[in-house]
Design a protein around this ligand. Structure first.
Ligand SMILES: Nc1ncnc2c1ncn2[C@@H]1O[C@H](COP(=O)(O)OP(=O)(O)O)[C@@H](O)[C@H]1O
Length: 302
């Protein structure tokens, strides 16, 4: 696995210039600038043109407490729980959890100029253009930079090989976690998802019991019910209908599965079959990632 001390910024400086030993904060700034400068290039080029087990072997090293600021990516189909686990890990590791789906939804609800266009795309289960997504991500990175953030766990980006290549040009992703669940479970989870419109927390009303196929274990997930003060404020995502979820799954298989191959080829992919709900999966995920929740955040893990 490459270290994150070497960043190549091809569109920012001389071709193939190599910037040595950047601090993680500089990395965020560089990414923000790079994404901003690359969005017009993208526009040009587009107009012309066993449960709970670690399966593949990037062998995540134990995290050095003094060299945290991880730069990780979470992959996985709609409904698999990327947001849930990425956000828990972000708290444990002290890095921001940046979900491009959240950035899109924020833009959607802002009634800004992009809002209508985004609503049409998202409600068909399609992907937003690279240009739009990179602009939203640049803005988010700039905001983080201003707050002194460093490191990140990206969720929902990259979603195409093109996006993965762009990310690869600007920074060195250390580890890519690929969460997996059978498709029947994914559909049930999306349909059961509820969000508190006030606090933004995600819940799930589905009670999942799926028989394991082809020798795989059964999967059971208890509902994740909201506290009483959230109950009257629950909403469903407009793209969590059966038709749209099926289309999102189809698009994931077509456009995002090649991203798994991209990172598998780089030896960075950790495949993790979720064994069940959060109580079963969280400790096993930590184990697969060589992390220990019981240690203090500052020293996770020796
Ligand atoms: N990296 C991306 N590239 C293109 N579109 C994106 C990207 N991230 C999010 N989106 C858009 O936002 C929607 C919601 O994203 P997300 O919450 O990550 O969905 P999912 O639950 O399908 O993983 C996607 O269906 C897509 O339209």
């Amino acid at each position: 696995m490459k270290s994150n001390h070497k960043i190549s910024l091809p569109l920012l400086s001389a071709p193939n210039a190599v910037v040595q030993s950047r601090s993680p904060t500089t990395t965020m700034a560089a990414m923000a600038r790079f994404f901003r400068s690359s969005s017009s290039a993208i526009r040009r080029s587009m107009s012309t043109a066993a449960a709970g087990e670690l399966k593949s072997q990037p062998c995540p090293r134990r995290i050095d407490p003094k060299a945290r600021n991880v730069q990780w990516v979470f992959l996985g189909c709609p409904g698999v729980g990327k947001g849930t686990y990425a956000s828990r890990l972000s708290v444990l590791l002290g890095v921001p959890h940046i979900a491009t789906g959240d950035l899109v939804r924020e833009e959607l609800s802002s009634a800004g100029p992009l809002s209508k266009q985004l609503a049409d795309i998202v409600n068909q289960g399609k992907l937003v253009s690279d240009e739009i997504i990179i602009n939203l991500l640049s803005k988010r990175l700039e905001m983080g930079e201003a707050k002194g953030e460093s490191g990140f766990i990206l969720d929902g980006f990259p979603r195409t090989v093109r996006q993965a290549e762009i990310l690869d040009d600007v920074t060195d992703i250390e580890l890519v976690v690929n969460l997996k669940l059978p498709e029947t479970v994914l559909l049930e989870k999306c349909l059961g998802r509820r969000i508190c419109s006030q606090c933004g927390k995600n819940f799930n009303v589905a009670s999942i019991n799926v028989k394991g196929e082809k020798g795989n274990p059964d999967i059971s997930m208890a509902p994740l019910l909201p506290p009483s003060h959230c109950v009257s404020k629950l909403i469903t995502r407009s793209d969590d209908t059966e038709t749209i979820v099926k289309e999102r799954l189809r698009i994931y298989n077509e456009k995002s599965q090649p991203v798994e191959d991209f990172y598998r080829g780089q030896g960075k992919l950790v495949e993790f079959d979720l064994p069940g709900g959060i109580p079963d999966s969280w400790p096993k995920l930590l184990e697969a990632l060589n992390l220990d929740e019981n240690e203090d955040k500052q020293s996770a893990t020796a």
